[in-house]
Design a protein around this ligand. Structure first.
Ligand SMILES: Nc1ncnc2c1ncn2[C@@H]1O[C@H](COP(=O)(O)OP(=O)(O)OP(=O)(O)O)[C@@H](O)[C@H]1O
Ligand SMILES: [Mg+2]
Length: 299
């Protein structure tokens, strides 16, 4: 592999920083950074197309390009926008990652996700025990859905089934997003125990926030984000609840019409902009200012 500017810069940074810190500073996946440092990645500089455009450094790493996440979108109250957040997040991420969205709302009397996307009745979760591939619906390039059955009595989820599904999905997807119901049934707890990342959706009620705070303590996950849907929550309250970050999604008068008309998530809508902020926090695309890492990178 030819030694490139990127590789040299990484090696220099590695004298001061660990792989995670370098990845954060350069906005690169941790796996890619360690592949480059281990000499396992192929790096090539693609010449600029036009004089004004900078050359692009392409890294072809043997491993997945992003750290894999299993994201549980959960809440402490019904109807707070959980499905809409899960769907819009999946929609945004499909442009950069292979996404599987799993709907675990089993007693909804016709799941809202299937309805919002206008999915056919089959296949659904009920077939997943026999093989994941045949149970998935390919909605768009890079975006697959494992939907809940129309009726709760169509399925019995045995202990271990959700873990089995996630393990089977991990090699094929970069991110798995689960839309969870507002209950603590066994399969929901199993889903949470498999999650790397919790995204709690709230309408901001005090009781809700309290219950979310208790869940954060109980499940003790690595990443806990809070989505204040239709309102704002201060940073102080967020700290008390125990979340790492809060994202506010504004009221979006057009959302219901889009969802109920089987419409696809709209770029530029207030709801989408809120979920873009969530994506940026999860995948570190925020323009973090200054700091030693940035200075090192720019040197
Ligand atoms: N920010 C918002 N602005 C306007 N309407 C919203 C917003 N968030 C959610 N809604 C509306 O609230 C309704 C419920 O949203 P959604 O189905 O995502 O909630 P949920 O938490 O999944 O509900 P359920 O408990 O039924 O699973 C939808 O009609 C949606 O359009
Ligand atoms: Mg829902």
């Amino acid at each position: 592999m030819a030694s490139t500017g990127l590789e040299a810069r990484l090696k220099k940074m590695a004298e001061y920083l660990d792989t995670e810190a370098i990845a954060a500073a350069l906005k690169l996946p941790v796996e890619t950074v360690s592949d480059i440092l281990d000499g396992k990645a192929e790096i090539e500089t693609v010449p600029a197309g036009k004089p004004a455009a900078p050359a692009v450094v392409q890294v072809n790493s043997a491993r997945v390009a992003f750290r894999q996440r299993v994201i549980a979108v959960w809440r402490a109250k019904g109807g707070v926008g959980c499905t809409a957040v899960a769907l819009y997040l999946a929609w945004l991420l499909k442009d950069m990652l292979r996404v599987l969205l799993i709907d675990l709302n089993l007693d909804a009397g016709g799941s809202d996700l299937s309805y919002y996307l206008g999915l056919p009745e089959y296949p659904h979760l009920g077939g997943a025990g026999y093989g994941l591939e045949t149970s998935l619906i390919n909605v768009q390039d890079g975006f697959y859905v494992l939907q809940a059955p129309r009726r709760a009595d169509e399925i019995k989820i045995p202990k271990g089934m959700i873990t089995g599904i996630i393990n089977a999905a991990r090699p094929a997807f970069d991110v798995i997003i689960m839309d969870l119901p507002n209950n603590t049934e066994e399969h929901v707890i199993e889903a949470v125990s498999n999650a790397t990342t919790m995204v709690f959706v709230t309408a901001g009620g005090e009781q809700e926030l309290l219950r979310i705070a208790l869940k954060i303590v109980e499940f003790n996950k690595e990443e806990n984000l809070l989505v204040a849907n239709g309102g704002k929550i201060g940073a102080g309250a967020a700290r008390e609840i125990g979340v790492d970050k809060v994202v506010s999604i504004p009221w979006d008068g057009g959302l219901q019409k889009v969802l109920e008309g089987n419409g696809r998530p709209q770029k530029g809508s207030p709801f989408m902009e809120g979920v873009e902020a969530l994506r940026d926090i999860l995948y570190e695309r925020t323009g973090q200012k200054g700091g030693i890492l940035k200075k090192l990178f720019l040197r």
